[in-house]
Design a binder for this molecule. Structure first.
Ligand code: AKB
Length: 329
């Protein structure tokens, strides 16, 4: 790993890491990966609403943190001499539409607090943006890295504002901010909570336990997706990348596959032949999905920091079913 001085912070030299929203879908897999790489005692996991995984508490530091409490955040950063924050705490798209006020507070105030504390303490910041940062005016196929971003969801408004705020803290204060635009994330460890792409996780549980699933998005709804091991690797590789090769920062398009619900169902059917899929469209989540890209162009991430997904639809499906069969008995 290379180390150098860059603006106010060191880059590629994560030593003491804080993860907010660590008990969520990404955090529950990112924390163990970071602990293996950087040492358990050097990765502080924090969560708020969900109870922590047993291993989080047993294997390394864990503490409760509400990211809207800037004093509590600053104390943790100082007490643990944190140099890098993976800021994952946020409400997802569908739940944000149900409670826009709470979503703005958690998603925007939380990020602002993280950036302020990072400015004061010389921390680098990873901020996950999303396909939700795009909107109905964005080209939906081969969605360019730099394009129209006029989302019509509160979640999307927070993601675009977050990308801009992170860029501002980098150019104005030298805070080493970096981020990716995640597609729908598929994982077997922790369920997502209130997203539009959640069907691609729920379907596996229902296929194994009930042999049928009722999908809330309609046939033909193509969306970008990614398996969690790729998503975790993307976050770590971007934070370890040489900043001299980064022309973009907040945030890189990254994708691994694009499929419609019926294509995922057909893949699952190969492993579980009795599985059937029904549809009952939820108009709110369908409208959100219809405003998002079908397939992003992630060439900038590939060129600037070597992004390369490892799982496609077939390999992800096989791996998910294998793990969930063991987990669900
Ligand atoms: C959601 O569906 O809200 C998230 C996302 C794509 O950002 N999974």
């Amino acid at each position: 790993m290379l180390c150098n001085t860059f603006h106010l912070t060191e880059w590629g030299c994560m030593k003491r890491i804080l993860v907010t929203g660590a008990t969520g879908q990404i955090g529950s897999e990112l924390v163990p990966a970071l602990r293996i790489r950087y040492g358990s005692e050097n990765v502080v996991a924090t969560g708020h609403k969900r109870s922590p995984q047993k291993a989080f508490v047993e294997e390394g530091p864990y503490t409760v943190l509400d990211v809207t409490d800037i004093a509590a955040l600053a104390k943790i950063v100082r007490d643990f001499r944190i140099d890098t924050i993976f800021h994952l705490a946020a409400l997802l798209s569908a739940v944000a539409e149900q409670n826009p006020q709470a979503a703005w507070k958690i998603n925007m105030e939380g990020l602002f607090n993280v950036l302020e504390v990072s400015r004061e303490n010389g921390c680098a910041v990873f901020f996950p943006s999303s396909i939700g940062a795009f909107g109905p005016g964005t080209p939906r196929d081969h969605t360019p890295q730099d394009t129209i971003q006029r989302p019509n969801t509160l979640y999307g408004v927070c993601k675009v504002s977050g990308e801009l705020l992170c860029d501002y803290y980098f150019s104005r204060f030298g805070v080493d901010t970096r981020g990716v635009r995640y597609p729908g994330l598929i994982s077997y460890e922790t369920l997502p909570g209130g997203g539009t792409t959640d069907y691609a996780v729920e379907i596996f549980y229902q296929a194994i336990q009930r042999k049928e699933y009722t999908c809330f998005l309609r046939e033909g709804t193509y969306l970008d997706m990614m398996y969690m091991p790729d998503a975790v690797r993307a976050a770590i590789e971007l934070m370890e990348a040489d900043p001299r090769s980064l022309k973009h920062r907040n945030a890189f398009n990254v994708t691994a596959m694009s499929f419609a619900p019926e294509e995922l169902a057909a893949q699952i059917h190969k492993h579980l032949p009795g599985f059937t899929m029904h549809y009952q469209v939820d108009p709110v989540r369908q409208a959100i999905a219809d405003s998002w890209p079908r397939h992003m162009d992630d060439q900038a991430a590939r060129d600037e920091w070597g992004w390369q997904p490892q799982f496609d639809l077939a390999t992800m499906t096989e791996d998910m079913i294998g793990h969930l069969m063991k987990k669900l008995g």
